[in-house]
Design a protein around this ligand. Sequence first.
Ligand code: UFG
Length: 333
Amino acid sequence: MAILLPGGAGYIGSHTAIELLNAGKKIIIIDNFSNSKPEIIEKIKQITGKNLKFYELDYLNKDGLEKVFEENKIDAVINFAGYKAVGESVQEPLKYYHNNVAGAVTLLETMAKYNVKNFVFSSSATVYGNPEIIPITEECKTGGTTNPYGTTKLFIEQILQDLYKSDNSWNICILRYFNPVGAHESGLIGEEPNGVPNNLMPYIVRVAKGELKELSVFGNDYNTQDGTGVRDYIHVVDLAKGHVNAIQKLEKEKSGIYIYNLGTGKGYSVLDMVKAFEKATGRKVPYKIAPRRAGDIPTCYADPKKAKQELNWQATKTLEDMCMDSWNYINQN
Ligand code: UFG
């Protein structure tokens, strides 16, 4: 029995593929390389010393997807095939609703046809909008997303709730990621944003490397310890391991719908991140204070207790690991 990973060559998908292979699971990746490269598949094999099956395929291609289900014994699906650039989603909302929402529906229809009902979904803390309480528990109200990317995550969560209500033999785990950063310690895989990065860590790394002049800190007048935005940064390898625990949970439960925050429970400001990066790498990160970025919230960090209790998972890597591994990756590539 194998686990199918649509989008398994992407940033979080590839790190999860490694952890699943290391845990002795058989995996099949499908990816259309819209935001990744074929060599990632080889690197996953190189890092783990294990083999995997790969199809170059868009998960919206229903006939192609059905062929994958015909040819393999698939037990569970972890869906990583989503677009994730917040700014682009504002410019091109239909592209996001089509790929993320229609893609997820196509995948779920195909799963239902082949009676595969174990599903792990990559959701995001963005579904909490501007959170009511900090730290954020899974019971906090969702909604009030500020961009189409976030709304696709919210819609897919609702689709999964409706699906489970209609047929409670489904076995679904929704993982709400906080802010993934870092890279595999081998330096072979990591995050490669196209063009100028939007997210903080990839931007810091490029400033430290001298490829970008300085970091713009978006606002220093928030109600936080130093006025800059606070987030829950989580090492991508910790996040990847959370998926192995989610699969184990589904193996144990047989049916149900479960939701977990995957975060560290610690909030760091933008300036904390700059300082931590400089300390870990010995490189300077020049910055200037700039206006607030539209759609940003002041503070967002997880209460990760539920994942610890029910998934037996918690993040173990430090902020120093996150900075060092992000830096190593960019220097090796
Ligand atoms: N920031 C800067 N300068 C930059 C980039 C970011 O000051 O050049 C600040 C932001 O204002 C924010 C913090 O750094 O306070 C983190 O910003 P990111 O863009 O790295 O991350 P976000 O929290 O905005 O969004 C991320 C993911 C989303 C996801 C969300 C979940 O990009 O996909 O976390 O909360 F939905």
